[in-house]
Design a protein around this ligand. Structure first.
Ligand code: FAD
Ligand code: DHB
Length: 426
């Protein structure tokens, strides 16, 4: 099932003594199987899947393991906006056939506050660059289809994932496969693409990690609805009741978000209440949100989180495993993709040419973009949301900032170039 790496054509089994915590356990009916690959990838989200594809294009072998089922990964509702550099990267990697057919290119956004709606024209403000509305679920579907068509080692519904030997040249990835057999894969490198709750970040000793974290006193309720979008481009709305965002998935399906209390539950928000809140927060004379049956409703917490460094020995973290941004500004998915673009080049140097330079610079290279996006997402979030219990001065300052962003070219260029992606992805 697994292709063997060039370095180890004998599919060499690992010997004991260097097994992951719990990796020595054997399932009752099945023996532990030892295998070899160049890159063991934990997590089949956008980061893990794209990394395995980019590595395959460079002739590098990988094994991807994922705790969820394929159906779950393909249905999980998340982000929707791709930066200009993300689209180019997917195109160059031969992954954009459906994206080019079905993605909606947007040349700007609307900002709404104090009963006014203002358009920011990214084509003008950000040197012709744009964003594309194409859901993360579609990116993941395209990636899974392509990896499987290319014969990749991609395993869903694994359990007991563990990593060990990260400070050696042959780290070990172990897991229990869907059929119950315990597997051990000896790797040259492990990529921790297992999201915020994964096992890879905690495998870095605490004393070597620095963490920055901020929780926001609000959450987002997202509704995916069978209703044609009432707008050509996204609307980010500041309102005394709280923030609202009108996005879309196609010309038939809208995606809308509402700021809600951090402890809100979906049961507290029947559909009638959601639509009433959306109509109030987006209200403009002669304009209304188009309503339709909900296909999905979910509540997402808002957090900024950065853990450094993004590398420990032969473990490289990418995407949400290392950093989380609040969704205002649509950066999470784009950051995950930018990380693995850097990582694929770094691993080519390391594994194909024995050149450590890009791998040694990996963490710092990624963190420069991560901090820019962390700041931008924090800035968009605090400019647009109502802080519970804040004094009236906060809203006055937010309105002043929004007026500046929509009237000064310098300020609107700042928003636009960050939104389409800064720095532009090479
Ligand atoms: P993930 O997509 O989280 O993928 C990690 C994968 O690893 C998952 O499939 C997980 O099942 C798997 N995994 C975890 N542990 C293990 C293990 N031990 N063994 C094997 N596999 C494991 N961003 C935006 O820009 N806009 C949004 O509107 C937005 N909404 C979001 C809503 C939610 C509920 C969440 C959680 C995130 C949202 N994000 C949004 C952020 C964006 O979706 C993420 O930044 C993006 O998914 C990061 O991709 P990733 O591959 O790094 O991580
Ligand atoms: C979407 C999500 C975001 O966080 C955002 O800023 C814009 C759009 C979306 O899901 O479409």
């Amino acid at each position: 099932m697994f292709r063997t790496s060039v370095r180890d054509p004998h599919n060499q089994a690992v010997t004991g003594g260097r097994r992951a915590g719990g990796g020595g356990q054997r399932m009752k009916e099945h023996a532990t199987a030892g295998m070899r690959t160049q890159v063991g990838i934990v997590g089949a989200g956008p980061a893990g899947l794209l990394l395995s594809h980019l590595l395959a294009l460079r002739g590098i072998d990988s094994v991807v393991v994922e705790i969820r089922s394929r159906a779950y990964c393909e249905a999980r509702q998340r982000a929707g906006v791709l930066e200009d550099g993300t689209v180019r990267l997917l195109r160059e990697a031969g992954l954009a056939d459906r994206l080019d057919r079905e993605g909606l290119e947007h040349g700007g956004i609307h900002l709404q506050f104090a009963g006014e709606r203002h358009h920011l024209d990214f084509r003008d403000l950000a040197g012709g660059r744009t964003v594309t509305v194409y859901a993360q679920t579609e990116v993941v579907r395209d990636l899974i289809a392509r990896r499987l068509a290319d014969g990749a080692a991609l395993e869903f519904e694994v359990s007991g994932t563990a990593v060990a030997g990260l400070d050696t040249d042959t780290p070990l990835l172990s897991y229990t496969a869907a059929d119950g057999s315990r597997r051990e894969v000896t790797c040259d490198v492990i990529a921790g693409c297992d999201g915020f709750h994964g096992i890879c970040r905690p495998a870095i000793p605490d004393r070597l990690r620095t963490v920055w974290e901020r929780d926001y006193p609000y959450a987002w309720l997202g509704i995916l609805a069978e209703a044609p979008p009432a707008t050509d481009e996204l609307i980010y709305a500041h309102h005394p009741d709280g923030f609202a965002l009108h996005s879309m998935r196609s010309m038939q399906v809208s995606k809308l978000y509402l700021q809600v209390d951090p402890d809100a539950r979906a049961e507290d928000w029947p559909q009638a209440r959601i639509w009433e809140a959306l109509q109030r927060r987006f209200a403009l004379p002669g304009w209304a949100v188009r309503e339709g049956p909900a296909l999905d409703v979910a509540i997402t917490p808002m957090r900024s989180f950065v853990s450094t460094p993004m590398r420990y020995g032969r473990l490289f973290l990418a995407g949400d495993a290392a950093h989380i941004v609040p969704p205002t500004g649509a950066k999470g998915l784009n950051l995950a993709i930018a990380d693995v673009a850097v990582l694929a080049d770094a691993l080519s140097g390391l594994l194909l040419r024995g050149d450590h330079r890009l791998a040694d610079g990996y963490s710092d290279t990624c963190l420069s973009r991560v901090w820019r996006s962390t700041h931008f997402s924090w800035w968009m979030t605090t400019m647009l949301h109502r802080t519970p219990g804040a004094d009236p001065m906060e809203a006055a300052l937010q309105l002043s900032q929004l007026r500046y962003v929509t009237s000064s070219r310098a300020a609107s260029v700042t928003l636009a170039e960050n939104y389409v992606g800064y720095p532009p992805l090479r």
